[in-house]
Design a binder for this molecule. Structure first.
Ligand code: HT7
Ligand code: ZN
Length: 885
């Protein structure tokens, strides 16, 4: 398959400014009539260039130029293009009729049917499955869309923009005409036709525009859309308050569909969502589901400005859309819930997944250099590391400076398709900032390793921090330049208080840091060189440095701090993130040491100081309960394996299980008390306080259940029986199913029978069983593939059962290779229907080189088997070939 390179980007030779589409939807076929106005570009690319339109799986019916039919010879068609070798020189209209078969479209890209309704997914390259078009984001046009369908089967007909006409036509059919006044790229086109009902509401923007908000679902699901509607209104208000960004149309539609490859899609004014990110009721959705809905509804809404009004020039700039918008959704949640807890969650996610990607065969820069299928670059690097890069601008510029940069970005680029460098330039120019070599964050892959050593001079009262940095080699980038790393930091005195900071600048001058006459306790060091020293003066006792506060840069930090220093930070740091981080540093160290002991068959012993540290936190009722939960959560298996020379999933899993059990044993009374104190009697509410209480109760229950003693098992069973919401019910189920046996079987069967009518809850049931670390669980997962509720064509089913299975360190990485074999066979089968979902699944193999020789051999054999299978999709080819390279 063809590989595309950033360096080969060329401006289009033709633009298209208006698109008129007519869809005649039928059960056996759909006809798409497209009329576009084409203009030759005024650039060197134009010349005598042919007009090349993209198309895929289309049956071409006819082509007209300026109203006159043209025939083969005046155009050429191959499997992926329609080419006009010599189109008219002036502006002209091109009309194309195609025939498509949405009812047979199982890839869920383009126009397809889900639960009997028509819907679309065009990002990144789905529009070409609808009609021939220059399907690239720098072709922005105004769309008018007419949809015709049977009125009884498809009473609701939607597309982007405003409804400008509707009516009945013969044969029991009807039509609707939609006009979108904003220019947009084809990937933001959307259409929905179906039997749906809507929850309606309104939002009045700060300039007084009354916006109608509608969330469409099948009628029986409407009661579950209250939270989604609340989330949408909260997001609209937040974007006005924080960024001054208002919604720009009179209508905002969201449609929930059960079959969807991703989480959601930000199509202009017609967002299409995976129903798991819309539907929620206290009885069927957990706090985590509620939180995800708030975040994703916010995320897609925020795209209206970052992604839609200003879009990416090409797919190498995906992080311009996604990194910026993830940053915005992170800030939305931080402002709505707890900033520290949100930061902790985001950093944990980054460490568990993005760091692994950055150190494996799929490592790529935030602005990738090449791809075969852009969907495979819809990655944690582009999204989450991209968001970290945006966050660094804010760290360097402060909130106001960052806002100035955003304002200038919109002022310059509204209605355009631009690059990550344009975003950088707006930030820089708006603030007249010196960003040194900051752009390397876009072009260099790999997680920088930053080492810091410190020295105190008691006579001179100076404290020096010596930084060195290294960016590890990644595929195609063996040698790296030093990066610009903003290091937010402070110094703690022996009472644990922040010291005022005086920095000796490079020219030897003393700079007492202050803001508005007040001493500064946190400053941001600009680390830009391979080796660099910063000296603080007027330091009258040896301080403990608190480095990388708030995780100010996505790096791996290694310091010379002693365990005592770290315990000190855990107890005193004014930066709450770094208090949590201190606990994690200790936990990671402890886990790695225990892993070594486990591998050498030594007895495992838990450091009493660590237990005491966690006990103090657990029992501190001045702390935010959600913060306690984060502090009580051990680093993930992925995070620890990523730190090992040779990843040992069995050892890491065993050690993690050992620590959990030991903590449960030693803190049993505290955990039991915490469960009792945090039981909720009140009605379910999605608010920080209640969620934090539930989370603290449920993590305590999970620890206790690991003891497998009758008292704790009874407690978990009782929690399950008396639960009044899904958060508590599912948490109890998870606790009980840690231990195989009769209780587990009974409760799992009970849960399924209770919820078998609700496909979203059934997915939780699949995922829970799939993730099990009970050895040999692959057999159970194989049986579940044949369960009547499992449909391999439904992405949510696949993510729950197959994705869930791959998360089990013990079973996916089983030493007999059974896990690898299971996944590989499934990949070959699934690839025939849905390459996008399959390529996400096959990514589980990509870290295979990090394991021992036996596992490497087994995984490699399966990757080779996939590679040698006839007709694998370019999506799977890209992941597998890169993994094997
Ligand atoms: N923009 C949507 C994600 C998405 C995507 C990204 C890259 C390539 C293909 C894609 N299809 C859907 C949803 C979002 O991130 O907001
Ligand atoms: Zn997005």
């Amino acid at each position: 398959p063809k590989e595309y390179f950033l360096k080969d980007y060329k401006k289009p030779a033709y633009y298209c400014d208006t698109v008129e589409l007519k869809f005649v939807l039928n059960e056996d076929k759909t006809h798409v009539y497209s009329k576009i106005s084409v203009v030759r570009a005024d650039n060197e690319a134009s010349g005598s260039s042919p007009l090349v339109l993209d198309g895929s799986d289309l049956k071409l019916i006819s082509v007209h130029v300026n109203g006159k039919q043209i025939n083969e010879g005046d155009f050429y068609v191959d499997s992926c293009h329609l080419t006009l070798p010599s189109p008219p020189t002036g502006k002209f209209t091109l009309e194309i009729v195609t025939e498509i078969y949405p009812q047979d479209n199982v890839s869920l890209e383009g126009l397809y049917k889900s639960s009997g309704n028509f819907s679309t997914q065009c990002e990144a390259e789905g529009f070409r499955k609808i009609t021939f078009f220059q399907d690239r984001p720098d072709i922005m046009a105004k769309y008018t869309v007419r949809v015709e369908a049977d009125k009884t089967k498809y009473p609701v007909l939607l597309s982007n923009g405003n409804l400008i006409g509707q009516g009945d036509i013969e044969g029991g059919r009807h039509f609707a005409i939609w006009e979108d006044p904003f220019k947009k790229p084809s990937y933001l086109f959307a259409l929905v036709a179906g039997r749906l009902e809507s929850r309606d509401d309104t939002f009045v923007t700060r300039s007084g525009r009354k916006v109608t908000l509608r969330i469409y679902t099948p009628s029986e699901d409407l009661p579950k859309t209250t939270h989604a509607m609340h989330s949408l209104k909260a997001a609209m208000k937040w974007d006005e308050d924080v960024f001054g960004l208002e919604y720009d149309l009179d209508l905002y539609n969201i449609v929930a569909v059960p079959d969807f490859n991703m989480g959601a899609m930000e199509n202009k004014s017609l967002n299409i969502f995976n129903s798991k990110l819309v539907l929620a009721s206290p009885e069927t959705a957990t706090d985590a589901d509620y939180a995800a809905i708030l975040r994703v509804i916010g995320h897609e809404y925020f795209h209206n400005w970052t992604g839609n009004r200003v879009t990416c020039r090409d797919w190498f700039q995906l992080s311009l859309n996604e990194g910026v918008t993830v940053f915005r959704d992170q800030e939305f949640i931080s402002d709505t819930r707890s900033r520290t807890v949100k930061r902790i969650a985001d950093v944990s996610m980054l460490r568990n997944y993005q760091y692994a990607e950055d150190s494996g065969p799929m490592a790529h820069p935030v602005q990738p250099l090449s791809y075969i299928k852009i969907e495979t670059l819809c990655t944690v690097t582009v999204y989450e590391k991209g968001a970290e890069v945006v966050r660094m601008y804010k760290t360097l510029l402060g909130s106001q400076g960052f806002r100035k940069g955003m304002d200038l970005f919109f002022e310059r680029h509204d209605g355009q398709a631009v690059t990550c460098q344009d975003f950088y330039a707006a930030m820089k120019d708006a603030n007249n900032a010196d960003f040194a070599n900051f752009l390397l964050w876009y072009s260099q892959a790999g997680t920088p390793v930053v080492k810091v050593t410190s020295s105190y001079d008691a006579e001179k009262h100076t404290f020096a921090l010596k930084f060195s940095q290294e960016v590890p080699p990644t595929p195609g980038q063996p040698v790296k330049e030093p990066m610009f790393i903003p290091v937010a930091m402070g110094l703690l005195d022996s009472h644990g208080n922040d010291m005022p900071l005086s920095l000796v600048s490079h020219d030897g001058k003393l700079e007492t840091l202050s803001v508005g006459g007040q001493p500064v306790h946190t400053t941001v060091l600009r680390v830009t060189k391979k080796e660099e020293e910063f000296v603080f003066s007027e330091v009258y006792e040896k301080p403990v440095p608190s480095l990388l506060r708030g995780f100010s840069a996505p790096v791996r930090l290694e310091t010379d701090l002693s365990d005592n220093d770290i315990f000190f930070l855990l107890a005193h740091d004014s930066d709450e993130f770094n208090r949590w981080e201190a606990g994690q540093i200790l936990a990671r160290k402890l886990m790695l040491n225990l892993v070594a002991d486990f591998q050498q068959n030594k007895p495992l012993l838990l450091n009493p100081k660590f237990v005491q540290g966690l006990k103090t936190i657990l029992c501190d009722n001045t702390l935010d309960k959600e913060f306690i939960v984060k502090a009580m959560t051990l680093p993930g298996v992925g995070e620890i394996m990523d730190m090992m020379e040779v990843a040992d999933p069995d050892a890491v899993h065993a050690v993690r299980a050992f620590i959990r059990k030991e903590l449960a044993l030693q803190l049993k009374t505290d955990f039991l008390r915490t469960v009792q104190e945090n039981k909720s009697s009140e009605q379910y509410e999605f608010n920080h306080l209640n969620m934090a209480r539930r989370a603290l109760k449920n993590i305590s229950l999970a620890y206790l259940a690991s003891l497998k003693d009758p008292e704790c098992t009874e407690l978990a069973l009782n929690e399950y029986k008396t639960a009044t919401n899904m958060t508590d019910e599912f948490a109890a189920l998870v606790a009980i199913t840690q231990n195989p046996g009769k209780h587990q079987d009974q409760v799992l069967a009970h849960f399924y029978n209770k919820w078998k009518h609700d496909y979203l809850v059934v997915n939780k049931w699949f995922a829970l069983q799939a993730r099990s670390d009970v050895p040999g669980n692959v057999e159970n997962v194989k049986k579940l593939l044949d369960h009547p509720a499992f449909d391999i064509r439904n992405p949510n089913n696949v993510y729950s059962l197959i994705g869930g299975f791959c998360e089990s360190p013990v079973n996916f990485h089983a030493k007999d290779g059974s896990g690898y074999k299971f996944l590989a066979n499934l990949v070959v089968k699934l690839d025939k229907t849905n390459p996008q979902v399959t390529s996400r699944m096959v990514s589980a193999f990509s870290g295979w080189r990090g394991y021992d020789e036996t596992r490497q051999k087994l995984a490699k054999a399966q990757l080779e088997m996939i590679m040698s299978t006839n007709g694998i999709s370019p999506n799977v080819f890209e992941i597998v070939s890169k993994s094997l390279a």
